[in-house]
Structure formats: C-alpha cells, structure tokens
Design a protein around this ligand. Structure first.
Ligand SMILES: Nc1ncnc2c1ncn2[C@@H]1O[C@H](COP(=O)(O)OP(=O)(O)OP(=O)(O)O)[C@@H](O)[C@H]1O
Length: 689
C-alpha cells in the first residue's frame, strides 16, 4: 500500500454538498427533471468516498503500525510496502520490506523477529517466502487468522505461547469426527527445542493438556518444523491374526519369508520376528507382564508355517495346553525331559553342521526346528539341583546342557535350529560376551529396571516407563533400530479355555490352527531310560541326554496327554492346603467365593506395594530424579519419570517433571524449585552387569 493522507472527509463532503448544490440549482438552469438524480448521485459518491476513505485510513493506520513494529529490526532507511489487501478494513496478503544495511539479517533470530512483528502488528499468520540478503529485501506472505475457525485460532494461540510468536501453524487436518487431528508448525525456535528434551516433552504434554488428548510431536529440526498429531490410542487387547502362509510352498521354499508377527505399535503397524534374518528371539518379562501369552502367540504362528516345535517348559505348566497343537512335537515339563530336548536339539544342530562341513548338505536343505526355552532361571535352578544328585564321578561340575543352549544360540543360524529364550530378568550371564549378538531380536515385556534396560538395549531409559497397568505391553527394537513400544497379540491358553469351556476363546484358537496340509509333525514321546540304560550310560544325566524318542502312538502308556480329563471339584479339593497336610476339607465354600486355579496365577502375579522392584519412599530433590523413578504426584497417585527432569524452559522458577502413569496417561508438572517430592527408585537387580 502506498500511504495516503486521510483527506477523505473533505472530499466526501465536497461530493455530497456539491451534488446537493447542483441539484438545488438545476431548476434554475432548466434541468429540473435531473435534480433528483444529480443530488442522489452526489450523495452516493460522497458516501462511497467516505466509506472507502475510512477503510483507507484504517489500513493506513495498520500499515504505519507495521512500520513502527518493524523499524527496530529493519533500520531507519527502509521501506515497507503492503500489497493485496483483502477484507474490511482488511489485511495485506503480501508485505515487501527493503531494509537498511544496519539490519542484523545474519542473526538466526532476525527472521523470526520480523515474522513475529508482522504477525503481531497485522494480526495475521505470516511466513517469509523470499529473502534476498544482497538486495536487502524480504517478502512475507500472510493469512488472516481471525477468519479461521475458533478451534484453529485456539491451537495457534497455544502454539504461540509454547513455541514463541514466530512459530506459524499450517496444514490443519481433521479426523473422522471433524475435530483437528493434526497440524504443522513452522519456524519453531529450533535451538531451544534441540537443546532440551524436557522442553520438547513439555510442549507436547502441555498442548495435550490444553487441547484434551494424547498429542505427539514429530520434530523436524533440520527444517525448523514440527508435526503435531493426535496419538492413536493403544488398544488394550489385540487378537493374533492368522499368519500369512503360502501353503502351496514347501517349508524349505518359504523359509526366508517366514515372518512371525508379535504385536502392533501405536499406529497399528505390525512388529515381526524374521527367523531367517535374526535366528533367535529373546523375551524378558517379570511375572504377569504377558511373557507367556507372547510365547504362545509365537508358537501358534510358527506352527502355521509347518515347523516342528519343541518346548522346554521351565515352569512345567505354561505350555501344557499346547501339547496337542499340530506341529508341537514335545512339551518337556520335567527336568529330565528338558535335558533330553535340549540335548537332541543340540545334536540335530551338530549333525547338520557336520553335513555342511563334509559337503554333503547345505543350509538350504535343512527343515527349520523351533526350540522354546521358557523360564530359563527356573529351568537352570531345577537342573542344578537335579544334576548334583545324578552327577557321576568325572563329569563336569556344571551340567553340560547349559553350554549346549549357548551353542545353539551361537550356531543355530546355519543349522536352522531356532531358539526362543524366555526369562524373567535380563541377566549378565547371557548378556555378556558375544551372547547379546546372538539375540538381536529382543522383546521386553512390561517395565524394565534401568539395569535391565542397559543389558537389553544398552540404554538405561528404554522400556523403563512402560505402564504397569497394561498387560502385554512391551518394548522392542524395530527394523530401523529404533526402540518402539508395542502391544503384543493376545492368544488364549488352550488349557484355560478348555477348562472354562470358554467358547469364544476356543473359536479364536480354532481360527489359529495350522492348515491341514501344514500339520506335518506328529507328537513324540521321550522314553525314560531303563536302569540298564543308565548303567550303560554311566549316569541318569547322560542316559536322559540320549533317551529314545518315539511317536506318541507307539507308547500310549507313557503319553501324558491321554489321561488329562480333570474333575474341577476334585482338582480344587486336591489343591487345597488341607489336602496337602492329609486333612480332609470339611467346609465347602460357595463357588462365588472361590478363585479359579487358573486365575490364581493372575492374582499372584499382580504386584503391589513394597515388593514391586522399587526401593523405599525417599524425600528427593526433583532435579535429582532419573527416568524410571516413581514419584507420588498426589497422595496415593504414583507416576513414573519419563524424561530427565530439568529447569522448566518456560519458567525458571519451576522444575519440569514429565511423567507417565500406570494407565498410560502422560503429563508434565512444574514443581517449585527447592520443593521436594516423595520418590522410589528401581532396585538394582541381582546378576545385573
Ligand atoms: N497381549 C496381551 N493382551 C492382553 N492381555 C494380556 C496379554 N498378555 C497377557 N495378558 C494378561 O495378563 C495375564 C498374565 O499373562 P502371562 O501369563 O503371559 O504373564 P507372564 O509374564 O507369563 O507371567 P508368568 O511368568 O507368571 O507366567 C494373562 O492371563 C492375560 O490376562
């Protein structure tokens, strides 16, 4: 706009009065019939001149205000031109500035300040579209935000408060409900954002607090922008889908394609284990976090690919329901059979290795074998107890089968003997040396301790804030090597579903059965060695290692599956502590008072209070808190520290505490500097590095 003086009043008056005067004089000039038209025309023109003049004056004031606002930034010898005015009185759509040589246009904040001044003075959203430093010329394009819908205006205001008035909100997108679901913010204060993770978390959480919702930010610091989007809610339960098996292809032909989906991330993307790429899978999880369910879902998927499955059930009861599942050949629930299974798997591996070495076969000739070792620590403890009782003179101090597991983990890839290794806690024993590299695919169920996180992911923070109230929630490393939280798939346990007669769960299981043509491996029975065999072998241990395996049909007398019908009432009586002391139970409790034996696991697994892996309450300085510490935000309401605490970038009198609670709510709370909080720190675990 070129600046015009506000002379519209006399001009309008001249037109109006002139028109009326001429109209009055018209009859005298013999133009009486035109008097009305002349008078009316004069008034109309006067009105138009007045109204347009008034608008021009308002625009001029706005322009001058802009010049004033920009003056300290662009210097005295500068010009500001406003073009393309729209609206009433309107705003210019373009602002062209030729600035003085004294302007600090090299300062990284200069452009943001120019944008800021333009936005504030014109009440628009502005962005620099051209900047010619040599010609000292800046062109800004503006948008009238006062015409935007109220929600978008409110979003823009919050962003202004959080990221500075130079930040510009663009590209609003609505969700299915018509509400804002995402938007982009450009010209963010990158240096400030980059220097503080707490600041980033605070922006995300405060925005979520003000605008009600779980928002997440995708920062693009290279381009000074950030995308805000509504975080999709994590589903509480996701059923395991059927594996995408090409049943026309032979197991050997499909080997490279085998992909075992185990869960979804918050965007619903599947997370998978590819045995051909990462031969072994490590699962770590405290009781009740969903480790067993995850293993069941891996088992149900692997079975659909037609692979034979051998299970070492360290806890003896977790896989009982899968004994009759197609392709599950053996579920070993005693330490003797467990030793037999691991020894055989090791033998298969060694045999295949020898074939390769002798040039008689190659990796491509081997049918994959899936070995599950569940509850490693329980198995190892039972094994150690048993081994000391059966160890003969001259045998190694430690059961050699322990070494065999390490060897399978190391060499399984070429022999296609794949291992799923599950344990309650990461342990220095199998995370030391090269063992970690043998388990590149790792899943930690539930929350890890900082030491556990260090062992699993070489980072004390990854997986340490997983909400405790969400079962099946886990952390893993995705194919891009980034830590990602996942909700693992839910699979019912056939044993529990059968016992409860839960038809919907039985239907789910039915839907996961391998196709008829993929049911390729029958059940096997491990025949206990006779006294003779033991004598010949030199010890029980050695005899079990080389025990015979026969098809289940050959030895119905040894088949544990043939005699499993359980009378629920009888089972309850047998399980009562009184029965264990030999005292008959006299008082029958009403059924509603009783806890189903299978639910007992869940009850016992729910961790409460002091025995939950955290130390005692301590009075702490918020600045000394670490990620993963618990903090009592309100009496009885504990949250987990989710980012390093630091001075609040928006208010130096506060310490910024970003947190996550057990139900997966997140927030940011400012704690007055000097104030103390009640906190609990994760205990250091036995065996930690
Ligand atoms: N992916 C999941 N989705 C929904 N609920 C789950 C999921 N995984 C587990 N749960 C719930 O948590 C309970 C405990 O799971 P699970 O038995 O797998 O725990 P665990 O870690 O193996 O415990 P334990 O080591 O004592 O066996 C299940 O009975 C189920 O109710």
């Amino acid at each position: 706009m070129s600046v015009r003086s506000a002379s519209y009043v006399p001009q309008a008056a001249t037109w109006g009065l002139g028109g009326i005067g001429i109209a009055a004089a018209a009859p005298l000039l013999g133009m009486g019939e035109w008097a009305g038209w002349i008078g009316g025309g004069g008034v109309v023109v006067a009105g138009a001149v007045g109204v347009l003049g008034h608008r021009g004056q308002q625009r001029q004031e706005l322009h001058l205000s802009l010049e004033e606002g920009l003056a300290p930034l662009i210097g005295g010898r500068s010009t500001v031109v406003t073009r393309g005015w729209k609206g009433w009185p309107g705003t210019p759509t373009r602002v062209i500035i030729r600035y003085d040589a004294v302007a600090k246009d090299g300062d990284p904040n200069w452009k943001a300040a120019v944008v800021d001044a333009t936005q504030r003075r014109l009440d628009v959203s502005a962005t620099i579209t051209k900047h010619d430093r040599r010609g000292r010329r800046v062109v800004l394009t503006t948008r009238d935000v006062t015409k935007e819908n109220p929600v978008e205006q409110r979003v823009s205001r919050t962003i202004g408060d959080l990221l500075g008035s130079g930040a510009r909100v663009t590209s609003f997108k609505s969700g299915a409900d018509g509400d804002v679901a995402s938007f982009e913010v450009r010209h963010i204060p990158t240096t400030k954002v980059a220097s503080s993770g707490g600041y980033r978390a605070k922006v995300e959480r405060t925005f979520g607090h003000v605008h009600q919702g779980r928002w997440r930010c995708k920062w693009d610091l290279e381009h000074d922008k950030v995308l805000f989007e509504l975080r999709p809610p994590f589903p509480e339960v996701v059923e395991l889908p059927r594996a995408q098996v090409d049943t026309k292809r032979d197991v050997l032909a499909s080997y490279d394609k085998v992909s075992i989906d185990f869960g979804v991330d918050e965007d619903g993307n599947k997370l998978s284990w590819r045995p051909a790429v990462d031969p072994n899978l490590m699962v770590v999880g405290a009781p009740g976090t969903g480790k067993t369910v995850l293993e069941h879902n891996i088992l149900a998927s692997v079975a659909q690919w037609g692979w034979p499955i051998w299970v070492v059930d360290g806890k003896a009861i977790e896989f009982l329901g899968w004994r009759t599942w197609p392709n599950v050949q053996t579920v070993a629930s005693t330490v003797e059979t467990q030793v037999a299974v691991i020894s055989r798997a090791h033998e298969v591996m060694e045999h295949r290795y020898q074939l390769i070495v002798a040039g008689r076969a190659s990796e491509d000739d081997f049918e994959p074998l899936m070995l599950f070792i569940d509850e490693w620590s329980d198995f190892r403890a039972n094994l150690t107890d048993w081994y000391t009782t059966v160890k003969a003179k001259g045998m190694p101090t430690k059961a050699p089968v322990l070494q065999k597991v390490a060897s399978i983990a190391r060499k399984g890839r070429s022999s296609r003997v794949h291992l799923l290794f599950a344990t309650q806690r990461p342990d220095a024993e199998y995370f030391g040396g090269d063992m970690r590299d043998n388990f590149r695919c790792r899943i930690s169920m539930g929350r890890l301790s900082p030491q556990g996180a260090m062992m699993m992911y070489q980072d004390p923070n990854i997986g340490t804030t997983v909400p405790r109230g969400r079962r099946g929630r886990a952390t893993t490393i995705d194919e891009n090597n980034r830590p990602v939280e996942t909700q693992t798939y839910f699979v019912p346990d056939p044993r529990k579903a059968n016992r409860r007669g839960d038809q919907s769960q039985l239907d789910i299981l039915e839907g996961l059965m391998p196709d008829e043509m993929m049911r390729r491996h029958g059940r096997l029975i491990i025949v206990p060695p006779s006294d003779d065999d033991i004598d010949k072998a030199g010890s029980d241990y050695t005899a079990w290692c080389s025990a015979d395996w026969v098809p289940a049909e050959a030895r119905p007398d040894l088949d544990p599956v043939t005699n499993t019908a359980v009378d629920a009432q009888r089972a309850r009586e047998m399980a009562s502590p009184m029965a264990m002391f030999g005292i008959p139970s006299t008082t029958a409790r009403p059924a509603s008072d009783t806890v189903d034996i299978d639910d007992l696991d869940d009850v016992l697994n729910t961790t409460h209070g002091a025995d939950d892996g955290y130390g005692l309450n301590v009075d702490a300085d918020p600045l000394g808190l670490s990620i993963g510490d618990l903090v009592e935000l309100e009496p009885g309401y504990w949250v987990t520290v989710d980012e390093e605490t630091e001075e609040d970038p928006l208010d130096p009198s506060l310490v910024l505490l970003c947190w996550r609670d057990d139900e997966d709510n997140t927030g940011a709370t400012g704690i007055t500097l000097g104030e103390r909080v009640t906190s609990r720190r994760a205990l250091i675990e036995e065996g930690a590095l």
